[in-house]
Design a protein around this ligand. Sequence first.
Ligand SMILES: Nc1ncnc2c1ncn2[C@@H]1O[C@H](COP(=O)(O)OP(=O)(O)OP(=O)(O)O)[C@@H](O)[C@H]1O
Ligand SMILES: [Mg+2]
Length: 350
Amino acid sequence: MASQGIEIKGLYKIFGNRARDYVDAVKAGMTKAELNEKHGHVLGLKDINISMPAGGITVVMGLSGSGKSTLIRHINRLIEPTVGEIVYDGADICRMNEKDLREFRRHKTAMVFQKFALLPHRTVIENTVYGLDIQGVPRADSVKRGQYWIERVGLAGFEKHYPNQLSGGMQQRVGLARALANDADILLMDEAYSALDPLIRVDMQTVLLDLQAELKKTVVFITHDLDEALRLGDKIAILRDGQVVQQGTGQEIVLSPADDYITAFVKEVNRGRVIRAKTVMRPLEGAPDGLRLAGSATLESAAKRMTEAGQSRAVVTDEDGAPVGTLDLPTIIAAMVTPAGHETEKMAAE
Ligand SMILES: Nc1ncnc2c1ncn2[C@@H]1O[C@H](COP(=O)(O)OP(=O)(O)OP(=O)(O)O)[C@@H](O)[C@H]1O
Ligand SMILES: [Mg+2]
């Protein structure tokens, strides 16, 4: 398991030759549009502060041009910051010398790209071990490791195929196997699933979640899709014009969107997949009996379990399995219909 998170602190990125000269103006409130019109510089990122937990998936979301790729590329320093820090394992990535940076990139990070970035003249296994080849790992070792990851992503039997013989979803499985074969703690995924058909995309999310449950890497996942963000993200940060407009759990964002921009994003969301049983349960009264549900269960899965068991009421338990509340079907249904403002805030605080 990855033991180190990533701390992004006060990160600014201005594109242009005299970027540093305009940091103060941006700090004083100059907008992206003004900076562009007056000085021909592009504000990529403004005062980004995000703590990305070790062993968790942090999703960065936002519309096209909001700065998502700029942000993720700072983490392996494909882009140099104008000012700011990115701390990993006690060191500021932005200040690493060339040697340390090379080590960090090779051994600590792996990237999965939207366009798969597979080498067309290499087979599946050869693509999978590509990073290991570069690291100088002997072929016997690398092929063994590559084979393991090919099996884990569900591609056993396709080792000798070439990328153009595979569907998009299968190619992305190769991209994932290649990233995992690196054994890096940090997995950087920039719109990795955005080119896939919706059903294949959901399959790939499942592959990632299943592997992550075991591997617990520190994953940074970029998407412009809210459903994907909510399904994958232990934490979600929403960018707009290079700034973080809100960050928190999916439930926090859906239940109390910070502004109209985010409200518009979350309006159509399936609340039953986001809100947790413990958020809407009632306090425990008397001795609990009957069906038991984990407090972390989504309302959708809670309703399903209760329906299957023929029960309209269940006992909610904490992480240790101790009863902490009760939940009934009418409460679940009420919570799945958008509640009034004050209730929303109350729920988000829980
Ligand atoms: N090398 C560059 N030079 C100048 N401006 C740049 C450069 N790279 C990115 N930008 C600008 O920075 C802003 C953020 O771009 P970025 O590619 O990070 O957005 P994004 O959120 O990844 O968008 P998309 O969803 O389209 O991938 C945009 O205004 C973009 O035009
Ligand atoms: Mg991008």
